[in-house]
Write a protein that binds this ligand. Structure first.
Ligand SMILES: [Mg+2]
Ligand SMILES: [Zn+2]
Length: 215
């Protein structure tokens, strides 16, 4: 389980981060990139970050759709990114939920965020230096998963998080108001650490990055 790979990545939550959040949607026609995502993805790709989706898909365990429906979801994501000249390096999902109704998926697992199993697996499969990588998501479970995997973490504070259960593992390195700002923070860093621990945070003065980008 070596931390040191030769690649760096931005791990991305899917719903409410990369694409508009339509709960439990698997219809490719209803999958749309978030506003500003195209430019953000191009900037991250230009900065040589692999782009890897890490998604909870408990709709499988809940019986809302079969796991095979996610094949079309992944294909749609790959097509949307290809259309803007950006490769999707990986698509990882957790189909489980402990309260699910489909027996084979109704389990406690190590891949459902806030656990970090999928990040470890993706990192291994893509030779990624997790400490040089970021996890970007719109809720604190994303932040916790990224922190537990040893990544830097960025919360997009766009209304997705509603519970604000804070804790040491659930504090992001940076907060942005949207994906575009997230990409700027990751690729450019900021001159000063401006984030003060202690969420919730929605004041613009507290947004920003703790770290300059690795190089
Ligand atoms: Mg989300
Ligand atoms: Zn799982």
């Amino acid at each position: 389980m070596a931390m040191i790979g030769t690649q760096r990545a931005v791990f991305l939550d899917k719903d409410g981060t990369l694409i508009e959040d339509v709960p439990y949607n698997v219809d490719p026609a209803r999958i749309r990139l978030m506003p500003g995502a195209a430019e953000a993805l191009r900037a991250l790709h230009r900065a040589s970050y692999l782009l890897i989706v890490i998604s909870n898909q408990s709709g499988v365990a809940r019986g809302y759709f079969p796991e095979t429906a996610l094949v079309a979801v992944e294909a749609r994501l790959r097509a949307l990114l290809a259309a803007i000249g950006v490769p999707l390096a990986g698509f990882y999902y957790c189909p489980h939920h402990p309260d699910g109704v489909v027996p084979e998926y109704a389990v406690s697992c190590i891949c459902r965020k806030p656990s970090h199993g999928l990040i470890i697996r993706a990192g291994r499969e893509h030779d990624i230096d997790r400490a040089a990588s970021w996890f970007v998501g719109d809720i604190l479970d994303d932040v916790e998963a990224g922190n537990r995997a040893g990544c830097r973490t960025l919360l997009i504070d766009n209304g997705g998080e509603t519970l604000w259960e804070v804790g040491p593992d659930r504090t992001p390195d940076a907060i942005a108001r949207d994906f575009a700002e997230a990409a700027r923070i990751i690729t450019q860093g900021t001159a000063e650490p401006v984030y003060q621990p202690g969420l919730p945070v929605s004041d613009t003065q507290t947004r920003g990055a703790l770290h300059a980008p690795p190089d």
